[in-house]
Design a protein around this ligand. Structure first.
Ligand code: NAP
Length: 313
């Protein structure tokens, strides 16, 4: 048996229930992981919000797609992303649904080794934001000498975009609330406040213009300002304004896009190694017990502290 958090209906965080479910022994190619920490991402609540459909036959919805934990049982021929998987291995689980749980039974290929340098919380919250950030940088081809504008630069994804872009030698201008500007400077970005007058503030900082823009928030303001400033719209990418990307003809990336999935999956081991080496940092804002998943989701949907939310079973 395992305790899991599921969405029992479509709606707000109040639809989340904590229930007990049966767990089978691992079959060939499967691994049973005792979960230590779970990364919380906006997609977790968007899935039961109705934004991606509301087919009741999919209920209860099992939530969450990234976690860290310890392998407690393995089936035959359990080959993980870093080689054979054994009982006792400390791992990251990524790319399977339903990890809001005390224990998860997953295909071995969803398991990657967790370096000792990463604590459980950082490991659990790493790959969703870092994979997305890497995907955006590749999509707009960020290289040394570029001036990059990042919208939502203090966010889970945005903060990694900033750090990885700086490591590539780009200059980064990032939008955030004033309270987050010191943190942006620490990540290596020049901060600007979003809101009315944004385009003038950016022009003041970069009179020769910007070369690329990454939207990690999805507002019309972020898209309108980027389109106005960029001559080449192939160098704007969004992770959230999918309607605008389709309408205005610029790229978007997402976990449901096969090219994004492949790119993120191929980069996963190297992103883990870079994080373990301290080349970028995942900021953890808050931890909640798994039983408070609804509270975490409600808070994540309002103005919230900078950094990732993590659930502890
Ligand atoms: N397509 C993908 O593959 C993918 C992957 C991950 C996430 N996403 C999506 O990307 C978005 C961000 O995800 P996240 O995990 O980074 O969330 P997050 O940690 O909550 O960050 C969002 C950031 O947006 C900023 N923000 C809020 N209102 C803003 C505004 N009006 N203008 C500019 N910035 C504003 C906030 O910064 P301040 O506190 O400074 O206001 C906040 O830090 C979500 O919609 C999520 O669903 C998509």
């Amino acid at each position: 048996m395992t305790r899991v958090a599921v969405a029992t209906a479509f709606g707000g965080p109040e639809v989340i229930a904590i229930v007990d479910e049966q767990l089978a022994e691992p079959a060939a190619g499967q691994v049973l992981v005792e979960v230590k920490a779970i990364g919380v991402n906006p997609i977790d609540y968007k899935l039961y919000s109705g934004a991606f459909g509301s087919d009741v036959s999919t209920l209860p919805l099992h939530l969450g797609n990234e976690a860290s934990g310890v392998v407690v049982a393995v089936g035959d021929a359990a080959q993980g992303r870093g080689g054979p998987v054994s009982v006792g291995d400390e791992v990251i689980v990524k790319g399977v649904g339903g990890v809001y749980a005390e224990k998860v039974l997953v295909p071995a290929e969803a398991v990657l080794p967790k370096p000792a340098e990463l604590d459980w919380e950082s490991a659990a919250g790493l790959l969703g934001v870092a994979g997305t950030a890497f995907d955006t940088l590749e999509t707009v081809g960020i290289a040394a000498g570029d001036t990059l504008l990042v919208h939502g630069a203090a966010g889970g994804v945005g903060s990694i975009v900033v750090q990885l872009a700086r490591a590539r030698g780009a200059r980064v201008i990032g939008t955030a609330r004033a309270i987050n500007h010191d943190a942006l400077r620490e990540y290596g970005a020049e901060p600007v406040e979003y809101g009315p007058g944004l385009i003038e503030r950016i022009r003041e900082l970069a009179p020769d213009g910007i070369d690329a823009a990454i939207d990690a928030v999805g507002t019309d303001e972020a898209i309108d300002v980027s389109l106005e400033l960029l001559s080449d719209t192939s160098r704007l990418v969004t992770i959230a304004a999918f309607g605008r990307a389709a309408k205005d003809g610029f790229p978007s990336v997402g976990g449901a896009n096969p090219q994004s999935l492949e790119r993120r999956s191929n980069a996963a081991l190297s992103l883990i190694a870079q994080a373990a080496a301290g080349e970028f940092t995942v900021t953890i804002a808050k931890t909640f017990p798994l039983s408070d998943a609804a509270k975490a989701h409600a808070e994540l949907q309002s103005e919230h502290p900078r950094g990732k939310f993590v659930l502890i079973p």
